[in-house]
Design a protein. Structure first.
Ligand SMILES: [Fe+2]
Ligand SMILES: [Fe+2]
Length: 435
């Protein structure tokens, strides 16, 4: 169960990570593409003006002369004509004329305002057409085409191969701004579409990989379960008990562990994979019987004290088998749990059990749970030396042993789940059990 949960968490983490990467990449690509698109649109728009200005200056050659001579007085009339002609071609709102040395010769703003001209003017004085959009990109990015969007363009004017002056015009081109806004929105929609497709593709690939991984892990878990059962049968079949004993006790142990989790007692024990681990460990509880000689294990009569001491060793032998595996597979938490369960399933709450004679809560919970499951099944089923007892009689015996052989808390849980024990014992019995 834990592996399935952790794998679901992994796919969730993968999905969130791919979503984050997709969003960051899409935003970065969007910003870059929009910047380039905006620049290209403005550049193409601006490229018309130098030709237009040149044409007007050709029609009004005096203007070029006056600019070169920095004759601000005589320039005034022709400058107005220039502005009017420019306004017939585009939404020009303001014009300023500069001398080749950077002196402001004429401005349609009152009082005559030099404004910010610095770098753009310098560039024009070097012969380059320079421009700047005065509103930040974000204005159009948000789709709000600001009516105040101003495009400021500085165009160098030459006379006899030298820079005679600079024509600076400002336009409030809402059409251009709207075009840029539309282009930006189109880019974002396209990127969102592609980003969504990329994310969904990644998600589908991850989900498919996860599903194949789940199938593979389930197969490994089933193989592990079968291996454990095969190992456990080896020991059980030598004993007088039957193979179904280990299957039933595994169910009883799970029912008990789930009951304890519900009861809220021993919260420290019942975290994570404990329930799965204890149910998986239960079949191994008597694996140490493989080391007990047949003469003792299969002895039909009563055992001597010495023989019983040998039988008691099955707990220790079982742990030795597990220790071998545990060293090689330290990550298998269930092996550690199985080790405790094997070693301590014959301990008694009052300390009179074996092999360590542990008392009370010093006995690992797995041992206390297994003890009840094991004894219930032994009482309930037919053995060569005894007849099966009824479910009610088994429950009664366990209840009477509360605080003696068994942990009173675990007995309390047993009494709350005992109907489920009856169902299992009836459904998985070896012989027809007593009703
Ligand atoms: Fe045992
Ligand atoms: Fe057993």
């Amino acid at each position: 169960m834990k592996t399935i949960i952790s794998r679901s968490r992994t796919i969730l983490q993968f999905s969130l990570l791919s979503l984050a990467i997709t969003v960051v990449t899409a935003v970065a690509a969007g910003l870059m593409l929009n910047h380039q698109a905006r620049e290209a649109m403005i550049r193409s728009h601006v490229s018309v003006y130098p030709l237009v200005v040149e044409k007007i200056l050709d029609l009004h050659p005096m203007l070029r002369e006056q600019l070169a001579a920095k004759d601000a007085e005589r320039l005034r009339w022709d400058a107005m004509v220039l502005k009017q002609e420019l306004q017939t071609l585009g939404p020009v709102v303001s014009v300023r004329l500069w001398g080749g040395d950077g002196t402001l010769l004429w401005s349609d703003r009152e009082p005559m305002d030099g404004g910010k001209s610095g770098r753009q003017l310098d560039a024009a004085r070097q012969g380059a057409v320079a421009y700047a959009m005065e509103q930040p990109l974000t204005e159009t990015l948000a789709g709000n085409v600001n009516p105040g969007t101003i495009l400021d363009i500085s165009i160098p004017v030459t006379r006899e191969g030298r820079i005679a002056g600079v024509v600076e015009l400002s336009e409030r081109d809402e059409e251009l701004a709207a075009g840029i806004g539309m282009q930006i929105r189109r880019t974002w929609w396209t990127i969102t579409g592609f980003g969504g497709i990329i994310f969904l593709s990644l998600f589908v690939v991850a989900a498919r990989a996860n599903s194949s991984l789940n199938q593979a892990v389930n197969k490994v878990e089933q193989t592990q379960q079968v291996t454990i059962m095969a190992l456990a049968y080896q020991a059980e079949l030598r004993d007088a008990e039957t193979g179904r004993h280990i299957e039933r006790t595994s169910h009883y142990v799970r029912i008990m562990a789930e009951g304890i989790r519900k009861s809220g007692r021993y919260p420290g024990y019942l975290r994570g994979t404990y329930i799965d681990d204890i149910a998986r460990s239960a079949p191994l509880h008597d694996i140490g019987k493989v080391a007990i000689p047949d003469s003792i294990l299969r002895k039909p009569g009563k055992l001597t004290n010495e023989e019983f001491d040998v039988i008691k060793q099955h707990c220790v032998y079982g742990v030795k088998v597990l220790d071998e595996a545990h060293e090689k597979l330290p990550f298998q938490t269930f092996l550690e749990l199985a080790r405790q369960l094997i070693l301590h399933h014959h301990e008694r709450w009052d300390g009179a059990g074996y092999p360590a004679g542990l008392k009370g809560e010093a006995i690992p919970l797995s041992g206390r749970i297994m003890a009840i499951a094991d004894v219930y099944d032994a009482l309930r089923t037919k053995r060569p030396y005894k007849e099966p007892l009824s479910h009610e009689r088994c429950v009664e015996i366990i209840r009477l042993e509360s605080g003696k052989q068994f942990d009173p808390e675990v007995v309390r849980v047993f009494l709350s789940v005992e109907p489920k024990f009856k169902t299992i014992s009836d459904e998985m019995n070896d012989e027809p059990a007593l009703a």
